[in-house]
Design a protein around this ligand. Structure first.
Ligand code: NAD
Length: 438
């Protein structure tokens, strides 16, 4: 049987399983799966820690160009009772030797954004499942290369979008799928989180304080929504994006940029060379997305001004509305008081998502309220069962594409910019979102 999945099998989700059942990478039930890690800084280390709490997973290899981070990761694996993994740290391309190993089923990469696509593509080309931190790509060409590599190799690529697995996001998915909110018209989301501290070096991380970090360099260069996937992941699930609907175009606008200069001045003094540097990233970027079925999404990127964290996660239909900011709902004819917000408790009692019922206890306390555990669990379950990943390469590409598309629109006075159809028309077929191993 062919090792390759064709586009049809791919889009059919679990039916693709038959296409790879005889794959050399197939796991007999009960055998541990073998996972390599690339990039074990802040996030990669958290993902590794969560992984090490899961039975049936071996970690034979880890790669990081920072030797201190690499050896911390190797020690963590050892402390979990597993053999010390082989380390790869001979330069920025050394991950290629890791992905080429013949004793890995999957590779998780959590390095800087500009490395996600090269690492994921190399992983798939080497015949392994790829999981990548967010965003999976920074250009449209990279989005396409993920899609092409996945289709050509028959290996899935899952963006580790943990907000999809938040408890409220999944309870709301149930509400949406069961029609409680009616026909959907509009969603709103935002990455609204003051991350300026991550734009500059930090002493406690062994970096030069005030130096622009890899993440800060994206703020120097790009004006748009440079971190769209946290809010758009759950919204795309609510709206059946790539599963009966699709994003068609967006328009985007950025405010002027003041917050980063303000931050550097306060923290490092007005004489610091980065205090007067020009940062392309506007303080607040607002994008509006249209879908094929005429639903709209407002998306914010707001990371350079002082503010509390808020993903918004609002969804609105003909019967009512959920607001993630308030964590409250209003459902016409059902909420006790006319046009008054209602607490969500009784909805959780009735509509708690099956994955939270099954794994919530185990997940709690393991990263972002348990969502990190569930995200990784779903990826590893797909690897174990040799199935398509619940978030596939088309979702991965469509969500990540907002970064370059919004930058294009901002640069063109908010002109509407079309989304590529990474599925090439197959979005019309409803493909359920799958929850594996529950
Ligand atoms: N999903 C979430 O909730 C969440 C949270 C935090 C960060 N992230 C994402 O995780 C990723 C990593 O962020 P971070 O904060 O951990 O960054 P970080 O700078 O702490 O870690 C990046 C690591 O990658 C290593 N690295 C860089 N280039 C490499 C290469 N060519 N080969 C091997 N290793 C290399 C660095 O040495 C470092 O250890 C980013 O994409 C970020 O957006 C996601």
């Amino acid at each position: 049987m062919s090792r390759k999945w064709n586009r049809r099998q791919f889009l059919a989700g679990s039916t693709a399983v038959a296409g790879v059942a005889a794959d050399a990478q197939a796991q007999p039930p009960g055998r541990p799966i073998r996972v390599g890690f690339i990039g074990v800084g802040g996030r990669g280390t958290s993902l590794l820690r969560v992984t090490l709490t899961m039975p049936g997973i071996e970690v034979p290899a880890v790669c990081d160009i920072n030797e201190a981070n690499l050896s911390r990761a190797q020690s963590l694996v050892e402390q979990s009772g597993r053999p010390r993994p082989e380390g790869y740290s001979s330069g920025i391309e050394d991950f290629r030797r890791l992905v080429a190993r013949d004793d890995l089923d999957a590779v998780v990469n959590a390095g800087p954004w500009e490395w996600h696509t090269p690492m994921s593509v190399a992983t798939m080309e080497a015949g392994k499942y790829a999981a990548t931190e967010v965003p999976a790509a920074t250009t449209l060409e990279e989005c396409w290369s993920l899609v092409r590599a996945s289709e050509a190799s028959g290996k899935p690529c899952m963006i580790l979008e943990n907000v999809c697995y938040f408890r409220n996001a999944l309870m709301v998915l149930n509400l949406v799928q069961q029609g409680v909110l009616g026909d959907l018209a509009h969603c709103e989301g935002g990455y609204q989180h003051d991350v300026r501290v991550a734009f500059f070096g930090r002493k406690e991380r062994g970096e030069v304080p005030g130096e622009v970090s890899w993440r800060g360099m994206h703020a120097v260069r790009t004006n748009g929504n440079i971190y769209p996937t946290h809010p758009i992941g759950p919204i795309a699930w609510w709206l059946d994006i790539n599963r009966g609907d699709r994003f068609t175009y967006l328009t985007s606008m950025s405010s002027r940029s003041r917050g980063i200069n303000h931050f550097v001045t306060k923290r490092f003094g007005k004489e610091h060379r980065n205090a007067s540097r020009r940062y392309a990233l506007g303080d607040v970027n607002t994008s509006m997305i249209m879908t094929e079925k005429g639903r709209t999404v407002t998306l914010y990127h707001d990371t350079s001004l002082p503010r509390p964290y808020d993903l918004i996660l609002r969804v609105q239909g003909t019967n009512g509305i959920y607001s993630g900011t308030l964590d409250k709902l209003y459902v016409e004819g059902r909420s006790p008081e006319h046009e008054k917000w209602e607490d969500p408790e009784r909805y959780y009692a009735q509509y708690e998502h099956a994955i939270w019922k099954a794994l919530g206890e185990r997940a709690r306390g393991r990263g972002h309220g348990g969502a990190d555990y569930l995200t990784l669990h779903q990826f590893y379950e797909a690897v174990r069962q040799n199935r398509q990943t619940p978030i596939d390469v088309y979702d991965t590409a469509a969500w990540s594409a907002i970064m370059p598309l919004s930058a294009q629109s901002v640069a063109a006075r908010s002109a509407p910019i079309d989304f590529p159809d990474f599925t090439q028309g197959r979005w019309k077929r409803a493909r359920p979102i799958e929850f594996l191993g529950i």
